[in-house]
Write a new protein. Structure first.
Length: 364
């Protein structure tokens, strides 16, 4: 069996980890000093890595990869039965300003692998991924990485399917010749569209940086600008995707939190990342987001990313859900939180963020 680059497995875990108490690699910031013991205890919990696989859905869109695609019925059925795991993988350049490569892979799972439990250590996750049977990958790579495709993907066969607009990246559909013929054939039936890549910048904005001016819409077509932040002393911005289980499970808590915190001058704004943007909407994604908002009874707005990705802040998202805070002047404030949390945990976090904000304002 071909071994996969360890960095890739770490990024796979970062791309799908969104459990409360488990920080995604590269995207997490310590919550609170008071929470450190709890975080340490939570990190000892066992997780089932098969639950971290991407969910079966009608279509997928990866803006940073410039790629959208739909899967054939066979693959979707296998994913729903957890006979196949769909996992993301990526790596950025040393300066963190651009993507070196990004892909999604499909791997077979047996019952033992489906039921396996591991700790939150990325090395354990890497071992679990490597134990799965490789079928193939769909991805984009810098041109100079063509010679490394076997190592990066764990596959033996590579079909070039396109190039980026600037011709700096090449798209490949890769398959493993030893994999099940029917499954390899199904990968060949994937319908895809190569789009302009959204500029990638992994350098997160720090506290005090402005979110800048922007114009966008919510999922129902209502226009919003940066003035939304003026409506509260503190805005909690929750970035999520409709396919992310922990994101979806957290939203009812956030809906309740939004009502409870209103009297303290706090509001919640959701940003849904898989329904397109204000400039280019994904109608299917919009319908899913609208259904989700209705079912969870969330009254706070679900916004689409604006064309500038909120001054680049949204380009740095590495795991869903991710939450950050903005003051009434439109400046990033406080810490960034990766992963879902309970209502009680968010209440404690918000109270601390409010105290820190007030203390900072008093010293100005």
């Amino acid at each position: 069996m071909r071994k996969m680059n360890k960095k890739i497995s770490v990024w796979m875990m970062a791309g799908v980890l969104a459990f409360g108490g488990i920080s995604a690699a590269g995207g997490a910031v310590p919550v609170l000093a008071a929470e450190e013991k709890k975080e340490e205890k939570d990190s000892e919990k066992k997780i089932r890595p098969s639950d971290l696989a991407l969910m079966a859905q009608d279509s997928y869109s990866y803006a940073d990869m410039g790629l959208s695609f739909e899967l054939p019925k066979l693959l979707l059925e296998k994913m729903e039965k957890k006979e196949i795991a769909m996992l993301p993988g990526a790596e950025v350049t040393a300066d963190g300003n651009s993507l070196k490569y990004g892909f999604v892979s499909w791997r077979t799972m047996n019952e033992e692998q489906r039921e396996a439990e591991i700790g939150s250590d990325t090395a354990e996750f890497a071992e679990w991924v490597e134990s799965l049977g490789v079928i193939g990958c769909l991805g984009v790579y810098q041109k100079e990485l063509e010679k490394d495709l076997d190592k990066l993907t764990g596959c033996t066969e590579h079909e070039k399917i396109g190039t980026s607009e600037d011709e700096e990246y090449i798209y490949y559909l890769s398959t493993e010749k030893k994999a099940d013929e029917e499954l390899v054939k199904a990968l060949g039936e994937i319908t895809y569209e190569i789009r302009p890549m959204v500029s990638y910048n992994s350098e997160s904005m720090k506290s005090g940086d402005p979110t800048g001016s922007f114009v966008t819409e919510d999922i129902n077509g209502e226009e919003y600008t940066e003035k939304i932040f003026q409506e509260a002393d503190l805005t909690m911005v929750n970035v999520f995707a409709t396919w992310c289980g922990p994101c979806v499970n957290e939203i009812p808590h956030l809906a309740e939190l939004d009502k409870k915190m209103e009297e303290k001058g706090v509001q919640i704004v959701g940003i849904v990342m898989d329904a397109g943007s204000a400039d280019e909407k994904d109608e299917e994604g919009l319908k899913k987001a609208q259904t989700l908002q209705k079912k969870t009874k969330a009254e706070y707005p679900f916004l689409l990313p604006d064309s500038g990705y909120m001054n680049g802040r949204l380009s740095a998202i590495q795991a869903y859900p991710e939450t950050f805070f903005v003051d009434k002047n439109g400046n990033i404030t406080g810490e960034t939180y990766s992963g879902a949390r309970s209502l009680e945990e968010w209440e404690e976090i918000i109270n601390t963020e409010l105290e820190n904000l007030e203390a900072a304002q008093e010293t100005e």
